[in-house]
Design a protein around this ligand. Structure first.
Ligand SMILES: [Zn+2]
Length: 461
């Protein structure tokens, strides 16, 4: 599977990026696909090479300029600090030199790309320290060099797809280093990129740790917007104002220990996914029947878990006919619950008692109570189905067909059946655009019906 789709347009504003390598070729090995993507999106990129090979510095500087040109970076944007190879130290002199070089170019980067500390090469580690000392108000992306990577400590969160077209550019850039061809280890690099890709369920990827300095709040969202990982692509449009609030389902009198287990596991996974992959941590949590839940529903993006019987906010969304599918029925036995299509009345039941088919829905739609915000709504007719739906939110790439639907259609409502392998699509509802005369309903019908004025906590009559 491979995700190589358009980025959300809201992330298109220009960034100023400085990519720092201890040696010529480091930046190309660790971040060529990122720099290529930056150029594709019209962001400004400079490259700074910190050290020179004392024997053939002229050759290697020329190779570095040629490699940058392959990535669309003009030669006047490639700068050299000229420190001796193997002697890099994060001391006052080197930090001052870097500041002086960038000041001469009037370059104040928003994003600094540099080596990870999880590296066994001293020059690489020192380059990381110099970069952090030299700049302020920045987001940092740390890349790794496969031959010296300390993979157990490298914790990438942002992933750039090394798609065939970017690989072509990367190959050309690396081939510019004629003097280093035998040293770069292309076969190993391929295997390394495949290993990084597996972390984000991409065929092949560059991975980057992300660090946030004080004052870089405006840049962090655009930087996350560069990521090709399905998790970031799903959540980027929904995490508005840096937050999204998870609104729990209510407890019912017949909740079993298994119910609590499934809910806890799903919530833990969602928290962990954001801890690992998002800055600043955006997830807030509330019970859905509180005044606080009401306030956050009116002010930002939310995730509701549970159908209209189990979650008052989901019920309000259904009341304004935003939700096409809902969970109905129930009581003690989950096999008595079913999914109902509110437009046409279709019901989907478990196949038979004792052989419960784990059906659920995931819907993403505009928050009818807060402009510019989203609702992600998940519910299942069984605890397992509901957990599987929330787990999709933690790792959309587990079900690539479903991830692709939400990637291509910000507002989709999908019914799934869940098993251990992931989610299988049963039904897809897509909103009808105004151009089709649908008035914002779903699938050609005016789903708003008689209730045009959303009123929170009131039923429409
Ligand atoms: Zn190096």
């Amino acid at each position: 599977m491979s995700f190589d789709l358009q980025q959300p347009t809201i992330e298109r504003a220009s960034l100023k990026m400085l990519a720092i390598g201890a040696h010529p070729d480091d930046v190309e090995i660790g971040a060529a696909a990122l720099l290529t993507k930056m150029r594709e999106h019209g962001h400004g990129v400079h490259v700074l090479v910190l050290t020179d090979d004392p024997v053939n510095s002229t050759t290697r500087r020329a190779e570095a300029r040629a490699a940058a040109a392959e990535m669309g970076i003009p030669s006047d944007r490639v700068i050299f600090a000229g420190i001796q190879d193997g002697r890099l130290r994060a001391d006052t002199d080197s930090v001052s030199l870097v500041r002086q070089l960038t000041r001469q170019l009037d370059l104040q980067p928003d994003v600094v790309v540099t080596h990870t500390q999880a590296d066994s090469h001293n020059d690489h580690v020192e380059a990381n320290r110099i970069a952090h000392a030299a700049f302020r108000d920045c987001v940092f992306l740390h890349y790794s060099i496969h031959v010296s990577s300390e993979i157990s400590h490298f914790k990438p969160a942002i992933f750039i797809n090394v798609s065939p077209d970017r690989l072509w550019v990367k190959d050309r850039a690396l081939e510019s280093y004629h003097s280093q061809v035998s040293r770069i280890g292309r076969h190993d690099l391929t295997k390394y990129e495949e290993k990084l890709g597996k972390l984000a369920r991409l065929d092949r990827a560059e991975g980057f740790e992300i660090f946030l300095q004080y004052g870089a709040d405006d840049t962090i969202r655009k930087t996350i917007g560069l990521s090709d990982s399905p998790f970031h692509r799903f959540w980027l449009p929904t995490v508005t104002e840096d937050t999204v609030t998870l609104l729990y389902e209510l407890h019912s009198g017949w909740d079993s220990p298994e119910t609590f287990m499934h809910r806890n596991i799903a919530r833990d996974k969602l928290r962990q996914a954001f801890i690992n992959q998002w800055l600043p941590y955006p997830l807030r949590e509330q019970h859905s029947n509180t005044d606080e839940a009401l306030a956050v529903t009116r002010s930002g993006s939310i995730v509701t878990v549970g159908g209209p019987q189990a979650n008052p906010v989901a019920r309000e969304c259904q009341n304004v006919s935003t939700l096409v599918w809902t969970v109905e029925g129930g009581g003690v036995s989950s096999s008595a619950r079913y999914l109902q299509n509110q437009k046409v009345g279709t019901r989907l039941y478990s196949s038979s008692p004792g052989n419960v088919r784990d059906l659920g829905y995931i819907a993403r739609f505009e928050n009818p109570f807060a402009n510019g915000a989203h609702v992600v709504s998940v519910a299942g007719i069984t605890d397992f189905a509901e957990r599987a739906g929330v787990e999709f939110l933690t790792d959309p790439s587990r079900s690539p067909d479903l991830a692709r639907i939400f990637d291509e259609h910000p507002y989709a409502q999908v019914v799934y059946s869940a098993d251990a392998d992931g989610l299988r699509i049963i039904d897809v509802q897509l909103p009808v655009t105004l151009a089709n005369g649908g008035g914002g309903g779903y699938d050609g019908e005016d789903a708003l019906g008689a209730c045009h004025e959303p009123r929170l906590w009131d039923s429409c009559v």
